[in-house]
Design a binder for this molecule. Structure first.
Ligand code: SF4
Length: 109
């Protein structure tokens, strides 16, 4: 036999369940946006950047492997976002300058 308390508890449970169904995608979307916004620019002085001779400006590169005209914007590993900065597979979670360069440069075909 159901009591008034059982009905109230069930109603509250269903209410919170509905809130949860709405909250999960909203929080997920916010978290995704925050993560994308939080992508920091590569620090030229970081160990990885130094190892790859990464520079924000290819015009300042003085490296034997440098190919004239090469830069991040025309590198296969660069995800062009249409802006001055974008993701690179070599620096996950960070952004490199479109006019940057490093020794891992691979020409887009
Ligand atoms: S791998 Fe390509 S896109 Fe990434 S930093 Fe080096 S040159 Fe730029």
């Amino acid at each position: 036999m159901k009591t008034l308390n059982d009905n109230v508890s069930r109603r509250r449970f269903l209410q919170f369940g509905a809130y949860g169904l709405v909250a999960v995608p909203v929080v997920g979307a916010l978290g995704w946006a925050t993560a994308a916004q939080a992508a920091t620019k590569v620090d030229e002085n970081s160990d990885t950047a130094q190892a790859l001779a990464y520079r924000h400006d290819a015009a300042t590169v003085d490296h034997p492997a440098f190919v004239e005209g090469s830069n991040c914007a025309n590198c296969l590993l660069y995800t062009d976002t249409g802006g001055d900065w974008g993701p690179c597979a070599v620096f996950p979670g960070q952004q490199v300058a479109a006019k940057g360069w490093c020794t891992a440069w691979v020409a887009r075909s």
